[in-house]
Each structure stands twice: as structure tokens, then as C-alpha cells.
Design a protein around this ligand. Sequence first.
Ligand code: ACO
Length: 437
Amino acid sequence: MSATASTGGGSVTITLDGSNKTTSMKLMEGTVGPAVFDIRKLYDQLGVFTYDPGYGSTASCESKITYIDGDVGELLYRGYPIEQLAEQSTFLEVAHLLLNGELADASSQKEFDLGIMRHTMLHEQLRRFFDGFRRDAHPMAVMCGVIGALSAFYHDSLDINDPEHRRISAFRLIAKVPTIAAWAYKYSIGQPFIYPRNDLGYVDNFLYMMNAVPAEPYTVPPVLSKAMERWFILHADHEQNASSSTVRLAGSSGANPFACIAAGVASLWGPAHGGANEAVLKMLADIGDVKNIPQFLSEVKDKNNHTRLMGFGHRVYKNYDPRAKIMSQSAHEVLKELGIKGDPLLDLAMELERIALSDDYFVSRKLYPNVDFYSGIILKAMGLPVSMFTVLFAVARTTGWISQWKEMIEDPSQRIGRPRQIYTGAGRRDFVPMGKR
Ligand code: ACO
């Protein structure tokens, strides 16, 4: 089978050779970024599909939330550059922006903040779920289970067609996921759960639930608060990545938002995605010393070896990930403010980056540090255990996931997500009874 294409009038017309089947695909333009061909009628009119495993050439939806220019290394939330938001805004300002499309004025922001903080407590019965896990369970396993279980507790906000239900579910998720995360941590170390304190604000309350103990007073150190606020902002959204696409796909069937966010957490866990921040620290520990970098990189470059330079490379960024730049600056600031001089992990990471960026393997493939390369170094300096790194990512990304989910539900063109395949298995054949095989 072959096809002929002709262009004109902002569209491309494809005719299957030797047949009278033809289709015209309109070129759609976004505000910025590459144009896309609207292939929705392709199968109906030509009887053929497109093949794009990994979706490298496929726009799965129209979105107004986040824009990435991977060639220049630019990231915008609702049009605002990530550098400006990381420097000047709070995480809840960003949450309002992502969810509602605009920055709020002072009184609307106050109302939004109060609205979120009013939902930080977990249903007391949900507390018992934690006892069902082994103490050495990975906290991401606890996150998947307990976030999914939220659906069983909030029947009053599960009607996805009701805007008020959508709003309350979004608030509940953004507010309760930090409590679940902090309790997963407390459970793993055998300390009592610390109940939320709404007067502290979003980030400080989270750090308080993580670090306080009932036996003595605890004040969140401002250096930790500032660094975590920025860390959360940098992780809040990243357009149609694997976990956000998972949330959308799960939600496209009409599943409730709590179940969809649990699906997003599961997708985030993998080392090719959010699990990379944990994997970077493990990699740095395995390398151990600057003198071992060349040997490690030769393993990475060996095609027969499955080792990857974790925290490097990105499907969209073919330039420096702008979040990695901010993370790297932030790592230096945090270590300085915490009085940590000459952190061996940071020194090792910087040298690894320097050597990789002057190596043709990485240069020719446009592999640069991504957000995860330096993020774990900051978290480790802040005293957080490595197993919690991906959990923190999930806490921050919940805002992006729920914004993506809400946008999808409110999109009139939304349909159930149902990709097709190219079938390469056996053709039709008759069943052979056991005795004759
Ligand atoms: N180390 C070594 N080689 C790499 C790396 C890496 N980290 N990343 C990509 N490559 C190589 C591939 O081997 C491939 O080489 P080839 O053309 O010779 O076969 C080429 O670069 C293209 O790689 P793909 O795997 O096709 O790129 P893809 O876009 O599918 O993968 C990904 C992107 C998953 C992020 C990948 O770069 C990777 O595994 N990185 C390490 C894990 C990581 O840091 N993930 C976090 C991503 S950011 C985030 O989710 C928050």
C-alpha cells in the first residue's frame, strides 16, 4: 500500500494510491510551539492508523496549562516563566494559577489558601490503612494505596460532572496528599503521626508533619521552608508527561479523581520518570568517587550494558532543563545556608555533569541534566530520606495532575482515550486440543 500527499490551504490531503479513498488533514496552530496535523478522521476516511509508540509525534490533547520549548529549554506555567515563579511566587499561588488559569489577587488568594488548608486532615478511619503496610514498605507503595482509598471516603464529591464536586475533590487532593506523604514517612520510622496545622501554611505544615514529634516543640527552619517552596513550584506541572497522561487516560473513562491521581502516582514511581531523583542518589553513591566517573560513563555508553546516567536526558528537552538550572543554584544556596561546606555528593554530581557535557556521546544525543539531577542533593541536605524523594515529587505534582484532569473533564471534545495497535501476532487459527499438541 502506498499513499500520495498534497498540501495547500493550511491542510494536507492524502490519497491511498489505487483507491478513491482520500482525507484532508487540517494544520492546527497553538499559541506557540509546532503546528499539528488533525488526524482524527484518518481511520474513518482511509482505514489506516498512525504508528507512534511512546507518542513522540503525537499531541494527545489541547491544553492551556503548561508549555515547554525543549529546544531552547523554556518552561511556562499558564504563560509565566518557571524562573519568575520559582523566585517570586508561593506554591499555593502556583496551584491557583494552574487550576484556574490566572494569578489571584490578594483576597482571592487568601480565600484559596484557606480553602485548601481547611482540607488537610484525613478521615480518622483512613489512619488504619497505614497499619496494613509493613514498616519497610516503600512510601510510594503506601501513597498508591492510601490515595486510591480516598475514593472510599468522599462520596459527596465524586460526581465528575458537577463543577462544585470537581472543585472540592481538587482541594481535598492538594490538601490531603501531603498528610498522607508525611504519615507514610512517620510510619516507616515508627514515630507517631503528626496532625496538620493549618495556621502554618502549605509547605511549612508539610515540613512540620514530617519533622515534628509530640515530645518537644518544633519550628520549621526558614531555610528549609524556602527551599521546599521552590522545589514544590519546580515540580508542580510538566504538560503531558507519563504520569499526567496516565491521569488523563484513567480519567477519560469517567473514573473519579482520587482513583486517577493514584494512577498518576503509580506512573510517577518508575525510574525513567519521578523515580529518577531517588535513582540519581543511588547512582552517585555507587560511583562513590570522582576517580570512578570515567569507568561509570564507559558503562553508560556501552550498548550491551543497561546502565543509564540517571537525571540526564529528556523526551522533550534537547537543551538544559530550566528546572535543573534552578535546582543546581538552589543546591548551592541550601548547602551554604545549612553551613554544609564541600558536600561530596554535590562535588561528584558537578564533576559528572562537567565530564558528561564534554563527551560526544551525550553532546551528540543532546542529553542534558534534567530536574532530577540536582533535586535529590537538596532533599538529602535537608535531612530527607532517599525513599521519600519520589513521594515529594508526587506531593508537588498532585496540583498539576488535578489541573490536567479538570481541564480534560471540562473539554467538550473529550472522549475515552483508546489507542489502537498494529497487530503482528498469529493470524486466525483453530484450537488444538491438549492431547493433539
Ligand atoms: N544515559 C545514557 N544514554 C541515554 C540516556 C541516559 N540518561 N537518556 C537517553 N540516552 C540515549 C539512549 O540510549 C538513546 O541512544 P541511541 O540513540 O544510541 O539508542 C538516545 O539517548 C535517545 O534515548 P531514548 O531512550 O530514545 O529517549 P527517550 O526520550 O525515550 O527517554 C528518558 C527519555 C526516559 C528521560 C531517558 O533520557 C532516560 O532514561 N533518562 C534517565 C532517567 C531520568 O533521568 N528520568 C527523569 C526524566 S525527567 C522526569 O521525569 C521528571
